[in-house]
Design a protein. Sequence first.
Length: 265
Amino acid sequence: MIARALFFVFVYIPMMLVGVPVQFVVTRLGIESNFMPRLFHRTGCRFLGLKVSTIGEPAHGRPTLLLCNHISWTDIIAIGSVADVTFVAKSSVRKGFVGFMASLQKTIYVDYHRRRDTQRTSKEMASRLAGNGAVLLFAEGHRDLGDHVQPFRSALVGAAQAAMAEGGATDVAVQPVTIAYTRLQGLPVGRTERSGISGVAAKGAKEVIRDLLQSGVKEVTIAFGAPMPLSVETNRKVVTKAAEDEVRRMLVALNRGLPVPQPVA
């Protein structure tokens, strides 16, 4: 706790005092640079005690829609430390300091309860994809403990499909991504530890932050599956379910300490 407090005061705050204004200018000028976000996330991993390892890698050189499970708000920091992606987040995240920081990374916001908002989101996604960008969706739509995968929502995949032609995005790939918190202080993570990591049982943001700062080193594995083609004609429910099944396969293997199975052809 003391070490993290010192790290926050003498490393994290100075980095933010320099980095935030720089990233603000970069964003306003429309310059495509992921240097500061990647540095911010990597420093955040050190601060929060996240030891991140990867299996596979993100698709490169083509528009990519990544579909991932969701366990904790630290998922964004862990994934952002190893992959240059644009995150899609709930509109509620847009408020306050967290929203300001998320906006500096050009986060796309969506209100799942408003159909018109989904259409706006799809156009932003198509614009990013048209520039050979990578957009990541937490496809379950909410957080879970990380011991299983909830059904993926296909709505935004379909919305992105519908806007692909308008936005000029072609040759899009859908890539399954699994995040798993496998060990805490060198020991396998059980259900009790998963509850603390996910923050599901916490009563308010203060308790979530306290638990994170008091917890030990968390080993996080991010597994990238084989990309699947997405076109306007692709059945959105079929490709979404295929990505869900692959994420589930990888999560089960990681939670059991087994080798991640090869993607099904």
